[in-house]
Design a protein around this ligand. Structure first.
Ligand code: CP3
Length: 357
């Protein structure tokens, strides 16, 4: 039914098996830095129109793979599809980022939230996964993803992006039980969403805890970590060769790596403010690690990019007793629209050639 996988480096690294060289993919690898993406976007009209059309979502998912020797594809979608399907109504204002027409503003709003149906309300996401998996035809594995409960709750309560997280932090302080209720239903939805993506064809699953790092350590342990742990425990990843590994990425998660490695996840994604060699030593081979080149490195020259790629690769190897096993190369966070595609090619080739030596 589906073609055998021709490049399994990424899945092997997540399972901490030997690889011929270190696999690499980039967060936000499909996006506005690519002229072909901007052309498709102009034709479709908007980001949401692209994400809600499975054929267009497939087209832009494949665009970076046509240019670069990447070892994984990531579903073109967004983390805010879940709250949108819960009735909050996602929209984008140019230059201001995502917004919700009906943000969560009261305990009564929280009580109304329910887990959306994955094959009706979020059918367009599952259809995109099915179309992409078919079109990939075994070239590389497909990553499905979700936001973390805490990160989704931030957008749901703030109504969009935020500088200070004033509303959600006030909720955490004044009505923690209400916030736990919100995080509970969002966690149920995330587990159902990731399961449905796996059944539709996603071969690995990543959770983006983009805003975990804005919490104090005690608040992180109360409002983010337990929900990530529940996902890692309850998410059915399948069996044997078809098992889809789980990656927990978190911006600013450096001080929580031991706890994340003990959560039951297969891999942890690390941002660039943590020394990767220290991260391996601290997690002691319990999980694979993904990361963690500073995305701003792409503003450097090709020589600087090659040098910095080597620093990250060798930091991992040195912390891991001389072995590159268990490392998936990535940026420490997503790409930006003003990055140079030629520099991405330099980065990808540098990861493969340096780690093959
Ligand atoms: O990595 C990929 O290529 C897959 C696609 C992907 C998108 N969003 C596409 C997108 C993924 C994995 C996301 C996740 C996401 N969305 C996160 C977590 C990301 C992380 O790096 O931690 C967050 C916080 C969001 C919410 C969101 N959606 C934001 C902040 C924005 C940017 C708004 C802006 O004006 O730039 C979006 C829109 C969005 N999602 C774009 C893309 C390519 C920009 C679309 C466009 O304007 O064409």
């Amino acid at each position: 039914m589906t073609s055998p996988l021709r490049n399994d480096r990424f899945l092997r690294a997540l399972r901490r098996e030997p690889v011929d060289c270190t696999p690499v993919w980039l967060m936000r690898q499909a996006g506005r830095y690519l002229p072909e993406y901007r052309a498709t976007r102009a034709r479709a009209g908007s980001f949401l129109a692209m994400a809600k059309n499975p054929d267009i979502a497939c087209e832009v998912t494949l665009q970076p793979l046509e240019r670069f020797d990447l070892d994984a594809a990531i579903l073109f979608s967004d983390i805010l599809t879940i709250p949108d399907a819960m009735g909050l109504e996602l929209y984008f204002v140019d230059g201001e980022g995502p917004k919700f027409r009906h943000p969560v503003r009261s305990v009564a709003d929280i009580a109304k939230l329910a887990v959306p149906d994955m094959e009706t309300e979020l059918r367009y996401v599952m259809d995109a996964v099915r179309v992409i998996r078919r079109q990939l035809d075994g070239k590389v594995p497909l990553i499905g993803f979700s936001g973390s409960p805490w990160t989704l709750a931030c957008y749901m309560v703030e109504g969009g992006g935020s500088k200070d997280y004033a509303r959600i932090k006030a909720l955490a302080l004044n009505e923690p039980q209400a916030l736990h209720q919100l995080l509970g239903v969002v966690t149920d939805a995330v587990i159902a969403y990731l399961s449905a993506q796996r059944l539709a064809g996603a071969q690995a699953l990543q959770v983006f805890d983009t805003w975990g790092g804005v919490l104090s350590p005690a608040m992180y342990r109360e409002f983010s970590l337990p929900y990530l742990t529940r996902i890692a425990h309850e998410l059915d990843r399948g069996q044997g060769a078809d098992r889809a590994p789980l990656i927990l990425f978190g911006k600013g998660n450096g001080q929580h790596l031991e706890a994340l490695a003990a959560s039951g996840t297969d891999a942890v994604g690390v941002d660039w403010t943590t020394e990767l060699g220290d991260a391996v030593r601290r997690t002691g081979g319990r999980v694979a690690l993904q990361g963690n080149l500073d995305p701003a490195t792409l503003y450097g020259s090709p020589e600087a990019i090659r040098r910095e790629v080597g620093v990250v690769l060798d930091s991992y190897r040195d912390g891991n007793g001389g072995s590159r096993e268990g490392h998936v190369f990535n940026l420490g966070h997503g790409m930006s629209p003003d990055m140079n595609p030629e520099h991405v090619a330099v980065l990808v080739d540098a990861v493969h050639s340096h780690s093959r030596r």
